[in-house]
Design a protein around this ligand. Structure first.
Ligand code: PAF
Length: 277
């Protein structure tokens, strides 16, 4: 496995990689969820590249950019073991040099849900992904369903701007008790970690009601909210049942819906979702 620490080096190594190339963009502090993406990329492509870059432009001024967990040694060992050919680890100065002033914005889809709570977040994600795609030139890029809105926004950007790659969205990887894996779990105190399983339990309740024929979105939102509220450490930011393409909130579910939620435990925001279909 080779490591490229600059854009120029990545471009040089890219020219030696076999086609098709699968790419897994990450912010590091990797867990099994990321590794599942690398394995899938490995199955479907002749070579695999991953990036580790904690992207400052997707963090708001009061968010955890400085404190975001980092462990490059462990990340590189995990990527090598999973069959990565090249890891791209640029510096902030290389990605955003003095005078950087161009942004990629996707519009409406980014104003809802995560975008409503974090107004500049998606602009940072779409801009860095465009830069990464331009540098790495992958055939396919792999994203997790856990960040459902991010996956939808990236797909929309790729379609709207005729970018020459395929976006593959892979299932959420969960801990044995059902909690969706996240690099931010490291922030949770043991009692918060224990209470965090309520997100998954609430999703399971909603899925059960859905399979029994419940189509009233407000009732499903209420069931999820009531279950999580039983945990005194949990602060619900939103519970959404939205159209799977536009992310507009629904009253009645006709064919399918994205149930997504964000819950805070202290300063840690946890996301989860499921597709009701
Ligand atoms: O999902 C992430 O880890 C990040 O948003 C991404 C896609 C690597 C862009 O910085």
């Amino acid at each position: 496995m080779q490591v490229a620490e600059s854009i120029a080096q990545m471009k040089r190594l890219r020219s030696e990689l076999a086609e098709p190339l699968g790419f897994v963009p990450t912010m590091g502090y990797l867990h099994e969820g990321h590794i599942a993406l690398v394995r899938r990329a490995h199955e479907e492509n002749a070579s695999v590249a991953a990036s580790i870059f904690v992207n400052p432009t997707q963090f708001g001024p009061a968010e955890d950019f400085e404190d975001y967990p980092r462990d490059t040694k462990s990340d590189l060992a995990m990527l090598e073991e999973a069959g990565t050919d090249v890891v791209f680890m640029p510096t902030v100065a290389d990605m955003y040099p003095q005078g950087f002033s161009s942004w990629v914005e996707v519009g409406k889809l980014t104003e809802r849900l995560e975008g409503a709570s974090r107004p500049t977040h998606f602009r940072g994600v779409t801009t860095v992904c465009t830069k990464l795609f331009n540098i790495v030139k992958p055939t396919r890029a792999y994203f997790g369903q856990k960040d459902a809105q991010q996956a939808l926004v990236i797909k929309k950007m790729v379609a709207d701007l005729n970018m020459n790659l395929e976006i593959v969205v892979c299932p959420t990887v969960r801990e044995p008790d059902g909690l969706a894996m996240s690099s931010r779990h490291v922030y949770l105190r043991p009692e918060q970690r224990q209470a965090a399983v309520s997100l998954y339990e609430a999703i399971k309740f909603a899925e059960e009601l859905w399979s029994q024929g419940e189509r009233n979105a407000e009732h499903l939102r209420q069931v999820v909210t009531d279950h999580i509220r039983q945990q005194p450490l949990a602060e619900i930011e939103y519970v959404s049942i939205a159209d799977i393409r536009t992310l507009e909130e629904l009253e009645t579910i006709t064919d399918s819906a994205l149930l997504s939620l964000v819950v805070r435990f202290g300063k840690t925001r946890l996301l989860d979702n499921t597709i009701l279909q």
